[in-house]
Ligand binder design. Structure first.
Ligand code: ADP
Length: 255
């Protein structure tokens, strides 16, 4: 092949690659918009129908009126969570979210998240336990706010998909080479092997109807994975259907 033919060939290959990349991006964009509107539709419909019923004035009973208003408010709350998650995932995927690393005590972060979700757990009579009595701080070097978000998403899931009167256990273990591993274990519904690999995809839910009953955006685990990977750390899942799940991630310890 002559030099010119080679150059043309290379140019054509590059162009083909560019076009392929653009096509994939376009597909991704379409899929994302499709998913977003789908996720927003259900709570929006709920809010709209309760408000319209109230506006029509046919509901006489004050108690029922209050109940409908509360349901509309719940729908708005759900929309707010979804939008917050969408904002976060977009920033993480575009890579504009920079990490703000600092040294902090991981034990305190676990206790914080436990305090925030104790009531939610109590509603299902789920016990939150911290594996051992950590009297010593476990210092890590990471973005504290984002790690708190990771732990929050994992703990909220363990409650949502946990069984009544079940347990959620958090443990921290020192690994070799300045690493700690944080585990969140539940004895809830578990996840079938076939579904495990898709779990971190955005909008992916194992049981659409079941999860929908629980609420959520299908973005929680995808956010978790992005945050952990931005830290150049690892996340693992072990789960057995009907037995429970364990999500764990590594963090860099401070010397
Ligand atoms: P969401 O909870 O909003 O649906 P997530 O991304 O947090 O979205 O989780 C994706 C799916 O993974 C959930 O819908 C659920 O099917 C499954 N899942 C997540 N955590 C657990 C868990 N601890 N036990 C069982 N299933 C889980």
């Amino acid at each position: 092949m002559g030099t010119l033919t080679k150059e043309i060939d290379k140019y054509a290959k590059n162009k083909k690659f560019e076009i392929e990349t653009l096509k994939i991006r376009e597909e991704y964009r379409k899929e994302f918009i499709g998913n977003v509107s789908h996720e927003l539709k259900t709570p929006l419909f709920t809010v709209q129908s309760y408000l319209l019923t109230l506006l029509e004035g046919g509901v006489e009973d004050e108690k029922i009126r209050k109940k409908y208003l509360a349901r509309a408010a719940k729908g708005v709350e759900r929309l707010t969570y979804i939008i917050k998650d969408l904002d976060m995932i977009t920033k993480l995927e575009v890579g504009v979210l920079s990490l703000d690393k600092e040294n902090f005590d991981m034990v305190k972060v676990v206790q914080n998240v436990f305090d925030l979700f104790e009531m939610k757990a109590a509603k299902k009579q789920i016990t939150l336990t911290f594996d051992i009595d950590y009297t010593e701080p476990i210092k890590v070097y990471a973005d504290k706010e984002r790690i708190q978000q990771v732990l929050t998403n994992l703990i909220v899931n363990s409650i949502k998909y946990g069984r009544e009167k079940g347990t959620t256990e958090v443990s921290i273990e020192n690994l070799i080479k300045n690493k700690a591993i944080i585990r969140v274990t539940d004895n809830g519904e578990g996840i079938a092997k076939a579904n495990l690999q898709r779990l971190f995809e955005r909008f992916y839910r194992v049981d659409k109807s079941g999860s929908r009953k629980e609420g959520g955006s299908g973005l929680g685990l995808s956010i978790v994975k992005h945050i952990i990977e931005a830290h150049e750390e690892k996340i693992y899942i072990e789960s057995e259907l009907g037995v429970g799940s364990e999500f764990s991630f590594t963090l860099e310890k401070t010397k």
